[in-house]
Design a protein around this ligand. Structure first.
Ligand code: ROI
Length: 170
């Protein structure tokens, strides 16, 4: 029996109906091979970090149990981003879908394709608060606790939003 590892993935979108982007990304993540038990955080609206006058983002995070290794999982995430029309043009520009591999078990990786934990995680309220919804006792591979990081992080620009799929009502 191959072992399952827990991975945390951050989701973000601020273009082309962000809520629908997040919904379809969740569906694609539920269908990943060798991957089970997806849990999703609350959904948040957040002011864009980045250049220009970008729309607010919708942000969330998921936890999954997976038999994919970190590089296989990263490849799957990039495939989903591309399928949802992600264009890589301006650094930190607006995007239809961003899927970031935030944490994978207790692994620390520092290669050009993949850094684990994701280096921006500890500075970003739109990542830390969703992680807190999933696991308030989370401890990073270097021993830092999520609790401490959240205490040090401002909540400015972050607000919880409704995650019910309004497009199904009407
Ligand atoms: N800003 C917010 N608020 N949320 C994001 O997910 C996000 N993602 C990014 C950049 C462009 C840095 N800014 C963001 O990649």
């Amino acid at each position: 029996m191959a072992h399952y590892k827990t991975a945390y993935i951050g989701l973000g979108s601020n273009l082309n109906n962000p809520r629908e982007q997040i919904n379809s990304a969740l569906q694609a993540l539920r269908n990943l091979p060798k991957t089970n038990d997806l849990c999703c955080s609350e959904w948040y609206g957040s002011k864009a970090i980045g250049p220009g006058d970008q729309p607010d983002y919708v942000n969330a995070a998921v936890a999954v149990n997976t038999q994919l290794d970190p590089f296989e999982l990263l490849y799957q995430l990039q495939t989903i981003e591309n399928a949802q029309g992600r264009q890589r043009s301006i650094r930190w520009g607006a995007r239809t879908l961003d899927l970031d591999l935030l944490l994978y078990d207790d692994q620390q990786i520092n290669s050009t394709e993949l850094q684990l934990p994701h280096p921006e995680t500890i500075n970003r309220n739109f990542v830390l608060y969703p992680l807190n919804d999933l696991n308030a006792d989370l401890v990073f591979p270097n021993g830092q606790t999520l609790r401490t990081l959240i205490k040090q992080c401002s909540i400015t620009g972050l607000y919880q939003i409704d995650n019910t799929n309004n497009s199904l009502i009407e």
